[in-house]
Design a protein around this ligand. Structure first.
Ligand code: 5GP
Ligand code: 5GP
Length: 239
């Protein structure tokens, strides 16, 4: 069924804070299953290279990135630094609802869509499967089950709350206190991504944790992203 093993070095396990997805100028919509909990939700489990590849002669990345026209049109895996991750590795391999039927209840809670394009979270899961999951060397059930297990094993909302970092309209927190809390709670350093609310205030949007190629254990990140959070205080808005 699946083609040759995809070469990559680690996964980014990415979770989004729903309050920060929703309070931007773009806004959000709740899924058909209702308002999600005030908890980090899964965005994806993304195969990544430890080093971006420079040339156009890299067979693996090229094949993956040029997998279809849509992918070729938005070469998000390719930037000035080269190809940084594989994507769209097998467009024939669409996600079947049947393959994850026992995970649907759990996925609906932990991986809800907040996009206004569709209230059907399955569309979000199939998009993530097609773009990233098909490059993971995992079967769909393992891919989704491992993401769920990672979230459950390291509950970011609880980890932050234990450090006094709780959603608030008025409070803000230093980026280092957020980073330290996650390091203390998970034993590994995460990458933080911020965005801005409608007032232009910087807020914690996504947390990127690095995971081994099996999708099982957190690891030290081979690659640290440039933080878009600045050096200032950041918010964790209510949801
Ligand atoms: P953005 O440009 O919003 O940061 O990312 C757009 C999309 O590109 C993400 O949703 C994700 O699918 C992909 N992407 C962004 N950064 C990374 C990365 O570091 N690794 C991988 N594998 N995909 C990424
Ligand atoms: P990526 O940034 O992973 O390439 O793209 C995420 C895609 O999934 C976007 O096209 C977005 O419209 C869709 N999507 C559906 N639900 C969500 C959600 O809750 N959060 C994010 N970030 N994207 C979502």
């Amino acid at each position: 069924v699946s083609s040759a093993a995809e070469r990559f070095d680690f996964f980014y396990f990415v979770q989004q804070w729903p309050g920060s997805f929703c309070d931007t100028s773009r806004g959000c919509c709740f899924p058909d299953t209702g308002k999600p909990a005030a908890d980090f939700g899964i965005h994806g489990l993304w195969p990544n290279y430890a080093k971006c590849h420079g040339g156009d002669d890299d067979g693996q990345a090229r094949r993956a990135v040029l997998g279809d026209d849509a992918a070729a049109a938005s070469l998000s895996g390719v930037g000035r630094r080269g190809k940084c991750w594989p994507q769209y590795c097998d467009d024939e391999n669409a996600l079947s609802p049947w393959a994850i039927r026992d995970l649907v209840a759990s996925l609906s809670r932990s991986w809800p869509t907040l996009s206004c394009k569709s209230g059907d979270s399955f569309e979000f899961w199939s998009y993530e499967w097609k773009k990233h999951g098909t490059c993971s060397n995992l079967e769909p059930h393992d891919y989704f089950a491992r993401a769920l297990a990672l979230k459950a094993a390291h509950n970011l909302t609880e980890i932050l709350a234990a450090a006094g970092i709780v959603p608030s309209e008025s409070e803000s927190y230093s980026i280092s206190s957020v980073s330290d809390a996650i390091r203390k709670g998970t034993a590994f350093t995460a990458n933080l991504e911020c965005n801005r609310d409608t007032d232009g205030q910087t807020q914690l949007y996504q947390v990127y944790q690095c995971v081994d190629k099996e999708g099982k254990q957190l690891i030290d990140c081979p690659l640290h992203m440039r933080s878009k959070c600045g050096d200032d205080q950041i918010k964790l808005p209510l949801f």
